[in-house]
Design a binder for this molecule. Structure first.
Ligand code: FAD
Length: 602
């Protein structure tokens, strides 16, 4: 297995050419920054995660986190505590949060680049950091001044970690089915009772306190998502002077034995087991919990899409190195009696190119999505904010759904490149695949993302948001035409894919309105179809930018040329998949329900 090498050149290429770092640094919120400073910080972060966090990936998988039923405590794998303390000392977790909360004041897209690095280095470790950032985001927007003072600042520094407690045995995708109860106490606090399952880092030994954000129902709450409230429930209560007080009545009852991310403890949490309930503090107003959760959901979903990218990147690095070391077979043209490195075999090249093209496409999508979050939040012009808000809405299910599906495909391809060794745990490659599998499930399964795309995002502004995206893709045509033979296949395939997607969107709109089951039955293949197109658009933009740099004589010509090759490969080999999906999207639902489950049992 290769050591992790942070792909800074690829990340900087995207930051420079697909997002506009210089323009972001001109916004009032980031005016103290410049692109060089940002790249310097990224390089330092990359060095840190490669040296400190990445070496713990394997031990994390082998040892896993361990629960002690006698005390309810959870021990993380060897080395995790020290690494986490170094992460906190360096202040990495606070980089993308406002200086007003003692954060670094960097754009979200830069925080996302750091998330990529830490997730590639060690996904199970990174979950603690990412969840804490999600909880910070939520508290920052909806917590009171007092809650900010008491909890938020210590979370921004990373001294305390955060969790998101949504899931219960009967409330998975349907969060509205939550039953955990909250009753008011005399002193203005609340008492929380109930059981949550699958809570990542619900208990651990990395930080001295854990701040749980818990969804619960107050009495007389309306049914479903309209009756959900959100509470802060700290593991240790906090005294007025900020010191830690009594242990709260929240326990980790057990942790799951999982397929992957074994170092990330997935906890069953019991609230109020010992007495009248765990002490909780209401965030904002009662019954508004889902609305508050939605404000951080786009960021959280984007972060999970990024995990798909990050694991794909790590697996690709391993596969690329292995392919250059393993000798087997004879590539066409190799003299008799000699063997080739497998990287010279056409089918292995195809796999490596597929991995690289998908990684570049997903990186382009998620970074563009993150930049849109920055612009939607910080741009002074309301129209720009609104346009970017719409782009965030449209791209988020694609980042999450397409990004994680591709992460699973890329990590699976890495196993294939290794051949038999890829199936052997000691090679380290199966871990990436196992770790990647959860990304399509949590933070809203990919089925839920697909329903979001067709059910909520296609109708945005009466279809105008999707139409604008398709028009912007079509607008690349003149530039692609001017690129001549260099990008002829990109132009040809992008135009064809755009035609198919446009027709399919029209079909979904018409037949989905007639019967929503038509749209829902085709949602998942449509998400893939649209994801392929979005990736094709951004890789075309990347290739055009690389071509401009080549013409201007700036940058490494070999590296820039590779951007054109990747765009051409994607266009010729992957983008035509759009057409094959049309039938699946437009098949309708009839056959899904034509016979009962019994008839399918065989
Ligand atoms: C390792 C791990 C870590 C996790 N971490 C956390 C955490 O930190 N905090 C937290 O709160 N939760 C966490 N979860 C829970 C996770 O978010 C849920 O597992 C996920 O939301 C799916 O819920 P479920 O497992 O109940 O599946 P279900 O909701 O039962 O779904 C089963 C299948 O039905 C489909 N389905 C369900 N409803 C619909 C629908 N309306 N339309 C179409 N299809 C549908 C799903 O797509 C899926 O394919 C974690 C889970 C795991 C395994």
């Amino acid at each position: 297995m290769a050591d992790y090498r942070p792909p800074l050149r690829d990340i900087e290429f995207v930051l420079d050419h697909l997002t506009d770092l210089d323009a972001l640094c001109e916004l009032p919120a980031f005016s103290s920054l410049d692109a060089d400073t940002i790249k310097g910080v990224l390089a330092e972060n990359a060095r840190f995660v490669a040296e400190v966090i990445a070496p713990l990936n394997r031990v994390g998988d082998v040892e896993g986190s361990v629960h002690d039923p006698a005390t309810g405590s959870v021990r993380t794998p060897e080395g995790f505590i020290e690494a986490y303390h170094r992460y906190v000392e360096a202040g990495w977790g606070g980089v993308p949060f406002p200086e007003a909360y003692d954060g670094g004041g960097f754009p979200w897209v830069v925080g996302l680049a750091m998330q990529e690095l830490i997730s590639s280095a060690n996904m199970a470790f990174s979950v603690a950091a990412l969840l804490t950032q999600g909880a910070i985001d939520m508290l920052m927007h909806h917590g009171s001044e007092e809650q900010h003072e008491t909890f938020l600042k210590r979370m921004v520094t990373g001294e305390w970690t955060g969790t998101m407690n949504l899931t219960e045995p009967q409330a998975g995708s349907d969060v509205g089915a939550v039953r955990t109860k909250a009753v008011p106490a005399d002193d203005g606090t609340w008492r929380i009772t109930g059981t949550k399952i699958f809570i990542s880092y619900g208990e651990h030994d990395l930080s001295e306190n854990i701040v749980h954000l818990v969804l619960a129902r107050v009495s007389d709450a309306p049914p479903g998502t309209k009756g959900i409230s959100c509470f802060i429930v700290p593991k240790f209560l906090v005294e007025d002077d900020g010191s830690l007080g009594e242990r709260n009545d929240v326990q980790c009852v057990s942790i799951e034995h999982k397929m992957g991310i074994k170092a990330s403890p997935t906890c069953t949490m019991s609230y109020g087991e010992k007495g009248e309930g765990a002490v909780g503090y209401l965030i904002g107003e009662p019954n508004q919990g889902m609305r508050y959760m939605f404000t951080m959901m786009n960021n959280a979903r984007l972060s999970v899409g990024l995990e798909g990218l990050a694991l794909g990147e790590r697996a690709y690095q391993d596969a690329l190195q292995y392919a250059q070391e393993r000798q087997q077979g004879r590539a066409p043209g190799t003299p008799a009696g000699e063997t080739s490195f497998i990287v010279e075999l056409p089918d292995v090249r195809r796999m490596l190119m597929t991995m690289k093209a998908l990684i570049d496409a997903v990186r382009a999508i998620v970074y563009t999505n993150a930049e849109a979050i920055d612009l939607a939040t910080h741009h002074p012009d309301e129209d720009v904010r609104q346009r970017n808000e719409e782009l965030v809405e449209l791209l988020t299910p694609v980042s999450k759904g397409f990004g994680t599906d591709m992460g699973i495909e890329v990590t699976s391809l890495a196993i294939q490149v290794y051949g038999g060794m890829g199936y052997i745990e000691e090679s380290g490659v199966p871990q990436h695949f196992r770790d990647a599998r959860i990304t399509a499930i949590y933070e809203g399964t990919n089925g839920i993302q697909a329903m979001d795309l067709v059910g909520r995002k296609l109708p945005l502004r009466a279809g105008g948001v999707m139409a604008d995206f398709l028009a912007a893709t079509a607008a690349l045509d003149a530039e692609l035409a001017a690129a001549g033979d260099d990008l002829a296949v990109v132009r040809e395939q992008l135009t064809a894919a755009l035609g198919t997607v446009t027709e399919t969107v029209a079909w979904l709109t018409e037949h989905g309105l007639a019967d929503v089951r038509n749209a829902l039955a085709g949602a998942t293949p449509f998400l893939r179809m649209f994801g392929l197109l979005v990736g094709g658009r951004y890789l075309a933009e990347a290739a055009l930018a690389a071509r401009a740099d080549l013409a201007a004589g700036t940058g490494d010509p070999e590296y820039l040329d590779a951007r054109l090759v990747v765009a051409r490969f994607y266009a010729a080999n992957l983008l035509p998949g759009v057409h094959g999906l049309r039938s699946a999207v437009t098949a309708g639902f009839d056959d899904l329900y034509a016979v009962g489950p019994g008839a399918l049992a065989g």
